[in-house]
Design a protein around this ligand. Structure first.
Ligand SMILES: [Zn+2]
Length: 125
């Protein structure tokens, strides 16, 4: 799946992107599962302290909300997760960018979404 037809993505960033996606889902499932196990077991102890069924239910709810939130984000276009450097025209993963500054040239990063609509002159370069 291409982020944008105009922008080829560095392979390393694509890999990080997918790992982070699946970490979120796995984490959510673990939270839900532990809440479910705690809720359905007769005596639920965590570090020797009795965990109330309410806490287990809360875990399930938090896990579900997080999971749904992650799935909604998946539906958004991948280009929403990227910045691009106006100078280098290098796309960079949003979470990897520091202070919206390009690590290569130090120029400000812009949202990849709509970049080529705002900078028509850069489309063919
Ligand atoms: Zn740059």
């Amino acid at each position: 799946m291409a982020v944008s037809d105009a922008v080829p993505l560095p392979q390393s960033q694509v890999v990080i992107f997918f790992i982070m996606r699946y970490f979120n889902v796995i984490g959510a499932i673990i939270v839900i599962a532990s809440g479910y196990i705690g809720y359905t077991s007769e005596d639920s102890y965590l570090h020797g302290i009795r965990v109330s069924p309410f806490a287990d239910l809360l875990l399930i709810v938090i896990g579900l909300v997080y999971l749904i939130n992650t799935l909604i984000k998946w539906k958004q276009k991948e280009s929403d997760d990227y910045f691009i450097c106006v100078n280098c025209k290098e796309p960079i993963l949003r979470t990897l960018s520091k202070n919206n500054i390009c690590q290569t040239c130090g120029k400000k990063l812009e949202e990849l979404k709509g970049f080529y609509e705002r900078h028509k002159e850069l489309k063919e370069g």
